[in-house]
Write a protein that binds this ligand. Structure first.
Ligand code: ADP
Ligand code: MG
Length: 616
């Protein structure tokens, strides 16, 4: 896999300065191979895996061919999605930073024509756009391709998958005969060969094999998991490895929704991406993910396509990808830029044969492992916690609490007892009520390991306690004890019968295996439900997991409809078909009255006050 310094590729000083400024030390293999050929004006078909640097491989030679004095479109780059168009435009902007007089403009659906028209009229030389919108501009006469020198098709395979074939052909037919054509794709299925044969002249085929390059960096493991135990397996793996940043791939939108919801309810900070999510929302999610405002992105292949993120710790194939190419695509998102990463794949039942087939075809090396046991999970979590405390002590990064400790010692408690009580609290266990029955009630004090928490820039998760909740991922890190009451969400770990308000419990929710239930009831539970706070009563709502309701939905709806502050809502317990919501007693009648008939997740709400005995 040859790499060369950019300086040996025959580039202008402006481009060399730009790549230097971007921090690229040397050209990647695809860049090394493509740039010199493309500079000669020859057509190129470039193939390499996601993350291998294809953008610069076509953008650099294309920019070198632009005449800055000619105020007309000279380079057209077609991308499948708006996100990709924006990303490519950003990279083009950086690469052309020192080239005076070159302007690039992204053109995509959803943005006003007016703005795009003005940029085009101002003489932009490089246009980056989605095929549909580019075609629109051509038809309106606002985009002229007479002076075009280079056409790039980026992610051609995906554009064809997305049904852009006719649009692409329409655009290509209206370009000058002498233009250079650069095709880029991670894969070249037959449909593309046809397109290449028809529109390019004697192209140079450049293929960079990626498997050998990726393999040593991505640790690839598969697990045989019963379909219904997948979520449990996933959370155990996350906990054992203490992962904080990754993508979880599912095969369907429904699975994405469900899994996101489950993880969310278990206290992981997650968000989701799939085709049914609006463009604006998708961008928000991607942006948040890049900023690490949440831990795990649950996504389908198409939705996560082109999402440029570095430093993923892990990629989970929660559902097996369709083929080896999709697999390589997915795992290419971890271990980028020479960093190591992990790819964990679940197979259930006969999928094992499919995976073995993929391994053979693509010469993948994927090791088999078994899902960690509960004891291993527990031990790993204890180790993480132990290390945190040790590191904090070592670094002396904590405030001194001598006074409080002295007071406790004076009362006759040993230092071991005091520390144990603190750890108990940090594990997310409830503080005993002052004046309550237990002999050794310790009042909840300032969170003692605050400094340790602050030293750790990652999203916070107390050992054994609930994770920071995805509903408020950007909230300032705070220990579980310091969180506002409406943000405290009880994960759905309590036994889960289906009580009607005041009625007899119905059969248990049927979406759980015995093993999962056993696990749920075990010590693995992050934060068992322990009853209401004083002054709170419980309201039954007839929406639940089945309706994909989230704690944020509930709080938002209640606050929005009643105009009461969100703080009146306490613990929220989401069950399969209903949700139990603790609210301040004084406001309960008003909330019940106002919420009747309000629509949430497509259901007309029928709230009811619940007696204490119904509450679990
Ligand atoms: P692809 O289109 O092949 O999936 P990209 O062009 O999006 O890959 O590049 C992936 C990442 O690698 C980007 O963040 C890009 O800035 C970076 N990159 C590209 N070329 C180099 C290089 N020569 N050295 C270091 N990083 C690079
Ligand atoms: Mg790309």
């Amino acid at each position: 896999m040859e790499k060369r310094p950019f300086a040996e590729l025959g580039l202008s000083p402006e481009i060399l300065k730009a790549v230097e400024k971007m921090g690229f030390e040397e050209a990647s293999p695809i860049q090394t191979a493509v740039i010199p050929v493309a500079l000669t004006g020859k057509d190129v078909v470039g193939m390499s895996s996601t993350g291998s640097g294809k953008t610069a491989a076509f953008a650099i030679p294309a920019l070198e061919r632009v005449d800055p004095k000619l105020r007309a479109v000279q380079v057209l780059i077609l991308c499948p999605t708006r996100e990709l168009a924006v990303q490519v435009a950003e990279e083009v902007g950086k690469l052309s930073f020192f080239k005076r007089g070159i302007q690039a403009v992204p053109i995509y659906g959803g943005q006003s024509y007016d703005r795009q028209f003005r940029a085009l009229a101002a003489g932009a030389q490089v246009v980056i756009g989605t095929p549909g919108r580019v075609m629109d501009h051509m038809d309106r006469g606002t985009l002229s391709l007479d002076q075009l020198r280079v056409v790039v098709l980026d992610e051609t395979d995906r554009m064809l998958d997305m049904g852009f074939r006719d649009d692409i052909e329409h655009v290509l037919k209206n370009t000058p005969a002498q233009r250079q054509l650069l095709f880029f794709s991670a894969t070249i299925p037959r449909g593309i060969q046809d397109l290449i044969g028809r529109y390019s002249r004697d192209p140079e085929w450049i293929k960079i094999e990626s498997v050998a390059q990726n393999a040593p960096l991505v640790e690839q493991v598969y697990f045989e998991v019963d379909r219904r135990s997948k979520i449990e397996a996933l959370t155990r793996l996350i906990d054992v490895h203490d992962f904080r940043y990754g993508i979880i791939f599912c095969s369907t939108k429904i699975m994405v929704d469900e899994l996101d919801e489950h993880l969310h309810a278990r206290g992981y900070a997650t968000d989701r991406l799939h085709g049914d999510i609006s463009q604006a929302q998708r961008e928000r999610v991607m942006d948040k993910f890049r900023r690490r405002a949440f831990e795990f992105l649950v996504a389908t292949d198409v939705a996560a396509r082109g999402l440029d993120v570095d430093d993923l710790e892990v990629v989970f194939n929660f559902d097996l990808p369709n083929d080896a190419e999709d697999y390589t695509h997915r795992i290419g998102r971890t271990a980028r830029a020479g960093k190591s990463g992990r790819a964990f794949t679940f197979v259930s039942g006969r999928e094992l044969y499919k995976l073995q087939g993929m391994m053979q075809v693509a010469r993948l090396k994927i090791r088999r492992e078994s899902i960690p046991s509960l004891d291993q999970v527990e031990e790993a979590r204890a180790n993480v916690f132990f290390e945190k405390i040790r590191a904090t002590l070592e670094a002396k990064q904590f405030f001194s609490h001598d006074r409080m400790i002295d007071r406790l010692l004076e009362q006759g408690y040993t230092s071991t007892d005091i520390c144990s009580a603190m750890i108990h609290l940090l594990q997310g266990a409830p503080a005993a009520k002052p004046g309550g029955a237990p002999a050794k009630a310790i009042p909840a004090a300032q969170p003692p390991l605050r400094a340790a928490d602050e030293a750790d820039a990652r999203p916070k998760r107390a050992y054994g306690g609930p994770r920071p909740h995805a509903a408020d991922p950007e909230q300032k890190p705070a220990s579980a004890a310091a969180r506002p009451s409406h943000a405290r969400v009880t994960p759905k770990r309590a036994p889960d019968p289906e009580p009607a308000p005041g009625g007899a419990p119905a059969a248990p929710a049927g979406d759980e295996t015995e093993e999962q239930e056993a696990v749920r009831r075990s010590k693995y539970e992050r934060a068992p439900r322990t009853g209401r706070e004083p002054g709170m009563v419980t309201i039954f709502f007839n929406v639940g997991r089945k309706h994909l309701v989230t704690p944020a939905d509930i709080v938002g709806k209640v606050a929005g409809v009643t105009r009461l502050p969100a703080e009146v809502v306490g613990a929220i317990d989401i069950h399969q078909r209903h949700t139990l919501v603790d609210v301040a007693e004084e406001h309960a009648p008003l909330i019940v009255k106002k919420m009747v008939g309000i629509r949430l997740k497509g259901e007309a709400l029928a709230p009811a006050l619940v007696g204490t005995e119904t509450k679990l």
